[in-house]
Design a protein around this ligand. Structure first.
Ligand SMILES: Nc1ncnc2c1ncn2[C@@H]1O[C@H](COP(=O)(O)OP(=O)(O)OP(=O)(O)O)[C@@H](O)[C@H]1O
Ligand SMILES: [Mg+2]
Length: 273
């Protein structure tokens, strides 16, 4: 039995003469949350479309070890029936996927929409609607879940609720492939991340490993007058800085740890916006 849910090797896709994905190779392990990070236009949604067979690659292979019926997708064109209630929408998705109706109540409670089950979708707030779409995407307990920027433009409370839900899905064995621009989200939620830039994977690994690999070995010394200097994090450099005339005016000394956004910027010269 393979340990992988997704394996890709040298995936390419071009639209006309525009090469959008160039030799993408990565594996997603079963039950991991895998983050696919990159700025707008990098090719994230295109990759999801290839993995879910909505698009055919120009070259390369990909293997997804789940049937279409075992996959859930939440994308920016996911929709619910605006004139139906929350409850009816989920019943409809349950019927489509031949899922026991008992699941509807359970999932609505999980996404905290049970109280609002009789509201029509058109009357929901953005965060409520996103929680409903997530419920629709997971009503059939998929083995593999694709989430295309699931928390974009959501408030912190709704984002935290969605994150809790994803952790509980993962704990039940669901593999999650997540795209995001949000490096904090990726750091918090993902077991491993791939950085995608202009259709190429420029780095891949666990957030903690990447932070170690690209750690800046510096400390920042802040002075009372608002000035700051950065010195190498070795004893001799720090002692030299501290024995300068400015010693009495030091306000704080910080060890600097690069975050994923800084690492992405240093690798690509681009912000993740
Ligand atoms: N069907 C298509 N025909 C032509 N070009 C396409 C098509 N689909 C995507 N593209 C192009 O491929 C590139 C990558 O698009 P994609 O939607 O995968 O980016 P993304 O990383 O998901 O960006 P965003 O963060 O904005 O969602 C873009 O330049 C886009 O215009
Ligand atoms: Mg996209």
């Amino acid at each position: 039995m393979t340990d992988y849910m997704i394996q890709t090797n040298g995936l390419n896709i071009a639209f006309g003469d525009k090469q959008v994905l160039c030799d993408i190779s990565f594996d997603v392990k079963k039950s991991e949350i895998f983050g696919f990070l990159g700025p707008s236009g990098a090719g994230k949604t295109t990759t999801i479309k290839i993995l879910t067979k909505q698009l055919k690659q120009t070259a390369g292979e990909c293997t997804v070890n789940a049937e279409i019926s075992e996959i859930g997708i939440l994308s920016d064109n996911s929709g619910a029936y605006e004139r139906l209630t929350v409850y009816r929408n989920l019943c409809f998705f349950a019927e489509l996927s031949k899922t026991d109706k008992a699941q509807v109540e359970e999932i609505l409670k999980k996404v905290k929409l049970w109280e609002d089950r009789n509201k029509k979708v058109k009357d929901l707030s953005k965060g409520m609607k996103q929680r409903l779409l997530l419920a629709c995407a997971v009503i059939h307990s998929p083995k593999l879940l694709f989430l295309d920027e699931p928390t974009a433009a959501l408030d912190p409370a709704t984002t935290a609720e969605i994150h809790d839900m994803l952790r509980s899905l993962q704990a039940n064995g669901t593999t999650i492939f997540l795209t995001t621009h949000n490096m904090e989200e990726a750091d918090k939620m993902c077991d491993r991340v791939a950085f995608l830039n202009k259709g190429e994977i420029v780095e891949l690994g666990a957030p903690s490993d990447l932070k170690l690999k690209y750690a800046k070995n510096t400390v920042e010394i802040l002075y009372e007058d608002g000035n700051a200097i950065t010195v190498d994090k070795d004893a001799a450099s720090i002692v030299a800085a501290l024995s300068s005339d400015n010693l009495a005016k030091i306000r704080a000394i910080h060890s600097h740890e690069s975050d994923l956004a800084e690492i992405f910027l240093s690798l690509t010269g681009r912000e993740l916006k």
